[in-house]
Write a new protein. Structure first.
Lengths: 131, 89
């Protein structure tokens, strides 16, 4: 006798779409921000430990790996900030129409990439070797 | 250590009475962090090379100390309501 089809957990059969992509990205960028802020803590702690330690930290932060982490943090910061504001509008009951939600989602994603890149370049210039 | 699942132990006990407070704190800290985050970015972006003297002077100012402390507190606040795994789901 054929086995009766059992119901599936929702996330196993929902179609992948922009809504869950944006939501997952929001959580991932939140986690990445927590990690990225360790760079800031390291930099501040070095500044508080005297000129020599600070100079050493500036060298470390100038490495390609640290620069890559900073770029990721800049993007995460912009995405989480912009999408967070989008969610605050959702909380107030605005922006749920399909077309509006899709447009605001795309706007947030594109703006985060562009502004994140610009923010990274600005930080690099402003923080000298430190960023 | 109990062999009972956490779910079994809390089912039918009702709410923890902390939900709306947590929800409200998330919104308040979110609004505060929009402003505080932008302040942090502007502060770093106008560092002009970030010499050690400049960074120490900035860190020593009462405004940076106060806004930095408030920001650190606000960024840590949403995790106070539960373990991080709960926030990720």
């Amino acid at each position: 006798m054929a086995q009766r089809a059992r119901p599936l957990s929702p996330f196993l059969h929902y179609r992948w779409q922009y809504t869950n992509t944006l939501s997952i990205l929001h959580r991932i960028t939140g986690v990445l921000l927590s990690l990225g802020f360790l760079l800031l803590v390291y930099w501040l702690a070095a500044a508080g430990s005297g000129a020599e330690r600070y100079a050493a930290a500036v060298d470390t932060l100038g490495s390609p790996l640290a620069q890559f982490v900073l770029l990721g943090t800049a993007f995460s910061f912009c995405y989480h900030l912009l999408n967070g504001v989008r969610h605050l509008f959702f909380d107030l009951g605005h922006g749920f129409e399909l077309q509006t939600a899709r447009r605001s989602g795309w706007a947030v994603a594109i703006a985060a990439v562009v502004i994140g890149l610009v923010a990274w370049l600005v930080l690099r210039a402003a923080l000298g070797g430190a960023a | 250590m109990s062999l009972r699942s956490p779910l079994r132990r809390v089912t039918y006990l009702g709410s923890a009475k902390g939900g709306s407070g947590h929800w409200y704190a998330q919104r308040v800290t979110a609004l505060a962090l929009v402003l505080l985050g932008l302040w942090l970015f502007v502060s770093l972006a106008t560092m002009g090379g970030a010499s050690h003297e400049h960074v120490v002077a900035w860190l020593s100012s009462p405004v940076a100390a106060a806004l930095g402390a408030v920001q650190a507190k606000a960024r840590a606040r949403p995790t106070a309501g539960g373990p991080i795994a709960w926030r990720l789901t």
